[in-house]
Write a protein that binds this ligand. Structure first.
Ligand SMILES: CC(=O)[C@@H](O)[C@H](O)COP(=O)(O)O
Ligand SMILES: NCC(=O)COP(=O)(O)O
Length: 245
């Protein structure tokens, strides 16, 4: 079992910054701290409404650290052009709705095949690793295979909600779904990642899934950072992930 990578999503540093419209706190400073404490990557979601990360943040993040950048993006021509201009290490295609508070579910890679195929192809041609943010289901995984995606990230939102609700049966069901699909992904040559809603409390069962190669964690870490500092929050998450393996 390889070392589980931790990608830190710094979107919500930008959310706090944007609350006052200025430059502080700067997500670039967060990226530098993540790099210093041994994080394995930076994840940033450039939403179409720019509610947190802004266009210029991408270049600044890339200039400030050597960590691989995982750019989360909607499947649109505008975002494709931005990805091609910045050439992040990876582009994770996510579903996006203006009115949602956060990414509510996985990408319908099966239903959107025709829209996604040219976007995936152009990203891949540019040397950008394509990742699809999908629900852990056979249907979506097969669709990811048909699209030739080398990576999928399983949306763990349902798992995280079940944990908050104290619904143990659902937690077990969701965990099994991710576990089974992670095994199936690897069997088919796809690298499985996971993320959304992960916390100190719920991370370990997901981190213990041997095939999962990377977790992307943001909102909870940035929230914790308010109390203990980003460095300590990332180190604690790393410790929990390592202990689970
Ligand atoms: C795709 C995903 O799960 C996260 O990147 C999340 O979307 C962060 O941004 P929001 O909190 O704005 O949804
Ligand atoms: N892709 C998931 C991600 O980047 C972070 O999600 P969250 O921890 O902010 O819910």
């Amino acid at each position: 079992m390889g070392r589980l990578r931790l990608g830190v999503n710094i979107d919500h540093v930008a959310t706090i910054r944007n609350a006052r419209g200025g430059d502080h706190p700067d997500p670039v400073r967060a990226a530098e701290i993540v790099a210093r404490v041994g994080g394995d990557g930076i994840t940033a979601h450039l939403r179409e409404d720019r509610r947190h990360i802004r266009d210029e943040d991408l270049r600044r993040i890339q200039e400030a650290t050597d960590l691989p950048l995982n750019l989360e993006m909607a499947a649109t021509e505008e975002m494709l052009a931005i990805a091609l201009a910045h050439k992040p290490h990876a582009a994770c295609i996510v579903p996006e709705k203006r009115e949602e508070r956060t990414t509510e579910g996985g990408l319908d890679a099966a239903g959107l095949h025709n829209q996604l195929a040219p976007i995936c192809a152009r990203l891949a041609d540019a040397g950008i690793r394509v990742s699809l943010f999908i629900e852990a289901s056979e249907k979506q995984l097969e669709a990811a295979m048909r699209l030739g995606a080398p990576v999928v990230e399983f949306h763990t939102g349902e798992y995280a909600h079940a944990w908050i609700d104290g619904d143990r049966e659902k937690v077990a069901r969701e965990l099994k779904r991710v576990t089974d699909m992670a095994a199936l992904a690897v069997k088919n040559g796809i690298e499985p990642h996971a993320g959304h809603g992960l916390t100190y409390e719920n991370v370990q069962p997901i981190a213990a899934i041997p095939q999962i190669a990377e977790l992307n964690i943001g909102h909870y870490l940035i929230g914790e950072a308010v109390f203990v500092g980003l460095e300590n929050a990332v180190l604690r998450m790393r410790e929990l992930m390592d202990a689970a393996r």
